[in-house]
Design a protein around this ligand. Structure first.
Ligand code: CA
Length: 234
């Protein structure tokens, strides 16, 4: 049974989530406070973290940032605001997806399922294709879920890993936004901006100069491409 850690200070909403997700077959733990939620995660872990943005004390962004310091657990942020700003900041800090309040319960359940399935499929697929993918300075160890750049480990979120995997399997090919969205987010409801944020985040981790990317380049009007080794400077 998959465990979901809900970090949400609105007790009524947290209880409703526990009830709904419980009926869907998930084991749900609720924590009403950010710092306590982080502590709880560090002690017990979880298969997925449902994280409210606006929390008293340590807010959701800070909790997200700290979880990402040493974990690739899928994180789904709950945001109350209408503006894209906080959602995008959440993605910058390593959240995989977000849902804006007020949300439809079915939508939330669908997004949780999609996120967990992505992690599961990635594991299964990696199992089937055991081995190592290489492209220039980048190496992906599919068995160990490890990525390295020039021999140094790079820590990626599940979403970034999925994106990089899509590129590493098709070096030199321009991948359209639609293709990448379909590869990484099977059920995609979010803003297309999400893809750009994750690409930018991935570049920050693997590019020498993220503002002048040499590995994952933007192909105007087409999408993005992982440059094959002979075309990269390294
Ligand atoms: Ca809140």
């Amino acid at each position: 049974m998959k465990n979901i850690l809900v970090i949400e200070d609105e007790a009524a909403l947290a209880e409703a989530l526990k009830y709904t997700l419980g009926k869907e077959g998930y084991d749900v733990d609720i924590v009403l406070d950010g710092a306590e939620g982080l502590e709880r995660f560090r002690t017990y872990g979880a298969d997925l973290v449902l994280l409210d943005l606006m929390l008293p004390g340590m807010d959701g962004l800070e909790v997200c940032r700290r979880i990402r310091q040493d974990s690739a657990v899928p994180i789904l942020m709950l945001t109350a605001k209408d503006s894209d700003t906080d959602e995008v900041v959440g993605l910058e800090l390593g959240a995989d997806d977000y849902v804006t309040k007020p949300f439809n319960t079915r939508t939330l359940v669908t997004r949780i399922r999609a996120l967990l399935r992505r992690v599961e499929e990635r594991r299964e697929e990696d199992g089937r294709r055991q081995g190592t993918l290489r492209c220039g300075p980048l190496v992906m160890d599919l068995e160990r879920h490890e990525v390295s750049l020039d021999g140094r480990p790079v820590r990626l979120t599940p979403t970034e890993y999925g994106l990089l995997l899509a590129f590493m399997r098709r070096p030199g090919r321009a991948l359209t936004r639609e293709f990448l969205l379909a590869q990484v987010w099977e059920d995609f409801y979010g803003s297309p901006k999400t893809l750009d944020v994750h690409i930018r985040h991935l570049r920050k981790k693997i590019e020498e100069d993220p503002s002048n990317p040499k590995l994952i380049t933007t192909i105007r009007g087409a999408g993005f491409r992982l440059e094959p080794p002979e075309e990269t400077s390294r």
